[in-house]
Design a protein around this ligand. Structure first.
Ligand SMILES: [Zn+2]
Length: 294
């Protein structure tokens, strides 16, 4: 795998192993100074030969904490079965709100910090890289553009949600953990945005159309494809993505019971019952289950 260090690459080697080389004499050339200089040079050589703790070939190293959280989100959602080999999760950069972080084209469960690409709102990497990005990165760029309040986006392919979209059954909040779904989960019809059979969100136009369908809501389904959920934090987006699938499963089970008469959440319940801890308990459990170090 070829990895290019971008324009800021020389600044991206982190940890104790990185030593700036200035070209200036370390010490005056006295005997004592020569010995000290030799020791210093050996230290430099040893330090330079050590592998850098973390390198980020396509993202701002100053955002490492945010990137490590994104890696953890990938692992939590993979471990929870929300994302499988496909699907993805992104977070808006707090240092550059017109940038966001998203993994390269890789299964979420395999993502490391070195796989994260920093994107601009045109869905192009802001640093030079040979990494291939997800074809559907336009979901993230267009939703971040359309919704300044959104800090994180998750896109998955829940079988329960796909089944409901193809059966033309609207997803509705049925449990308190699904309260964030509100009174409406809009459904995006890919045929409206594309006449050539494209069902993935592979362009700015399709991403814009998806964002238009999402509107002010927290989640949107895509017929025959999956779902997208947004939130004002990465932890909340991860929790919402999980409980959106749970809600779909509960709704399907309830609808299949003989004589079922569905009772959906009403507006005051959707407002009052959203997880007020920002899904921190879900995040903590997921981090532990996924073996997260932080
Ligand atoms: Zn997809």
């Amino acid at each position: 795998m070829k990895i290019l260090l971008g324009a800021a690459g020389a600044m991206l080697a982190l940890g104790a192993g990185f030593v700036a080389v200035t070209g200036q004499p370390l010490l005056a050339q006295s005997a004592k100074g020569k010995k000290a200089a030799a020791t210093a040079a050996a230290t430099v050589t040893a330090a330079a030969s050590e592998p850098a703790k973390v390198t980020l070939p396509a993202a701002d190293a100053a955002s490492l904490d945010e990137i490590e959280e994104l890696v953890l989100a990938n692992h939590i959602l993979s471990h929870a079965g929300v994302l499988d080999a496909y699907g993805h999760v992104s977070v808006r950069s707090s240092r550059h709100p017109d940038h966001f972080f998203l993994a390269r084209n890789i299964a979420p469960g395999l993502v490391t910090a070195q796989d994260i690409i920093e994107y601009g709102m045109d869905a192009s990497p802001v640093m030079q890289t040979d990494y291939k990005g997800y074809n559907e990165r336009f979901i993230h760029s267009e939703l971040f553009k359309a919704r300044p309040d959104v800090k994180a986006v998750v896109h998955g392919h829940s079988p329960e949600i796909v089944a409901m979209t193809v059966a033309q059954i609207p997803l509705k909040a049925v449990s308190h953990m699904g309260a964030f779904l509100g009174l409406n989960v809009p459904n995006f019809e890919p045929r409206i945005g594309s006449a050539d059979g494209e069902m993935s969100i592979t362009s700015q136009d399709l991403g814009w159309a998806l964002g238009h369908t999402l509107g002010k809501w927290n989640a949107v389904t895509i017929r025959g494809h999956g779902e997208v959920v947004v939130a004002d934090s990465l932890h909340a987006a991860a929790g919402r993505a999980y409980y959106m699938t749970v809600n779909a499963r509960e709704q399907m089970q309830a609808m299949s019971l003989p004589g079922a008469k569905m009772t959906y959440l009403q507006e005051n319940e959707t407002i009052k019952m959203e997880a007020h801890d920002g899904y921190e308990r879900f995040w903590a459990l997921g981090r532990s289950a996924a073996g997260g170090a932080k």
